[in-house]
Design a protein around this ligand. Structure first.
Ligand SMILES: *Cc1c(COP(=O)(O)O)cnc(C)c1O
Length: 234
């Protein structure tokens, strides 16, 4: 199947999941997780109607930006970002979904202030409390939101989560629900530059479950582009 056909199939599944949950399909955005796919594939995905693109690696982002690969769609950063690389990402992407530590938040604030811009971000939650994954624990999220006035050049737009790899449908529902409930709690108390419009959760294997549990943005790679060939990695 072509990239466009894959996207059409995903849209059909997204719509069915939304309607089954009593939600408006328009409230759920499709972010193409483009890592290890070239500019041509990214252009095909944008023509195929994805809502935005999400890049994992600074080097790939920079190369594809230079290639005008994202013309016609917003680009997000969704991978682990090292603080020494924020200059290459802040101001270059519409949304940094993967702000996963206080150190990174501070580095993004500093760079956004230097550029005199407001950078939109999501706070990434390590929802399964997995040791090998980055991200905030829920109490840390509250601490940041209590001190959000220290980050005047950052606009928090919501939460992002990568739950553990699921083996069976429904395995991650408890995590998705936990994030949804957290967003509801934050919305009830939120401060000035905080919104919870974006709940970025759900990938190729579990996006229908995530939509049922309240996701407003799914990040899909494999189901759009096919299986990634890690053998070609530099
Ligand atoms: C690769 C990736 C995805 C997409 O994963 P698939 O299982 O290929 O759909 C989503 N989010 C992040 C952060 C990723 O790195």
């Amino acid at each position: 199947m072509s990239i466009a056909e894959n996207i059409a199939a995903i849209r059909a599944k997204m719509n069915a999941a939304a309607i089954a949950a009593g939600r408006d399909p328009k409230d759920i955005l499709l972010c193409a997780a483009t890592k290890m796919n070239d500019a041509e594939a990214v252009r095909e995905a944008i023509l195929g109607g994805v809502d935005c693109c999400g890049e994992n690696r600074v080097q790939e982002l920079t190369a594809k930006l230079a290639d005008n690969a994202y013309t016609g769609a917003p680009v997000h950063f969704i991978g682990h970002l090292q603080t020494n690389k924020v200059k290459q990402v802040v101001g270059k992407v519409d949304l940094i979904q993967s702000v996963d530590s206080l150190r990174l938040l501070e580095a993004v604030q500093k760079e956004a202030a230097r550029q005199n811009i407001c950078q939109s971000i999501l706070l990434e939650i390590n929802i399964g409390q997995e040791e090998n994954k980055t991200g905030f624990a829920i109490p840390e999220i509250w601490e940041i939101l209590d001190n959000i006035a220290n980050f005047p050049n950052i606009a928090v737009k919501g939460l992002m989560a990568i739950p553990p790899i699921c083996e069976n449908p429904g395995d991650n529902d408890k995590f998705f629900q936990e994030i949804y409930n957290l967003a509801v709690d934050i919305t009830a108390k939120k401060g000035d530059n905080v919104s919870m419009d974006i709940l970025s959760m759900g990938m190729s294997d579990d996006f229908a479950d995530a939509i049922r549990c309240g996701s407003t943005m799914i990040r899909v790679g494999t189901a759009i582009f096919g299986v990634r060939n890690y053998a070609h990695q530099q």
